[in-house]
Design a protein around this ligand. Sequence first.
Ligand code: MG
Ligand code: MG
Length: 272
Amino acid sequence: MIKIKNREEIELLRQSALLVSKTLGMLAQEIKPGVTSLYLDNLAETFIRDHGGIPGFKGLYDFPNTLCMSPNDQVVHGIPNDKALRNGDIISVDCGVLMNGFYGDHAYTFEVGEVAEETKKLLAVTKASLYKGMAQFKSGKRVSDIGHAIQEYTEGHGYGVVRELVGHGLGRKMHEDPQVPNYGRPGRGKKFKDGMVLAIEPMINMGTHRINQLSDGWTILTADRKPSAHYEHDVALIDGKPELLSTYQYIYDVLGIETDEEAAFHNVFSID
Ligand code: MG
Ligand code: MG
């Protein structure tokens, strides 16, 4: 059952989402060749607790860490380890926070040092597909319209859309209804209504959409070992329009990236 949130609950969800956004911004300063994902994980846990939150992933379904850290051919759910990041890597950083009883869940794929042009393109297309999916989250549309938009755009670039892992509703639980696949035919599933909150998260592979899971029971990687990208935003439906609760602005401030990609999705709230 889809849980509809009132304005107060959406405001609390925004605060949880923004703590994740700030954590990702803090990590943007630290991600470079030579650092380990376990070091970054420890930084994130301290940062979240110092800001009044609890790491949302740690212990959830028995996941051992604060961050899912998935480099290169890992799609999602990678476990932080003591291997140093190398120049040319990419790494998906997925972070969850629980604060005031509500979850934030938001992810960004970072470049480590100098990354190959074809990999940069995978990142750009995957992030653009997130906004194309978000734009479908409005009154009159249905759940599968999000995935349809993501699939059409990314397959148009020759990429593979991961099927087995999906976006989801977000609230007092990390994973609420509805499931939000990143593929599918349009016009299917539940109709969108004000007060729905979704975590929309395309997982896009440079090659085949097929995936495997490592024997650690967590790590998902591409079947052809080509790179994979993952971006995730938390979005509420307010007055029939998608309202972005998370933001990449903290990351962009650190990396010196200028873009207005989020502008169309800030209708009610302003970033503090
Ligand atoms: Mg996530
Ligand atoms: Mg998620």
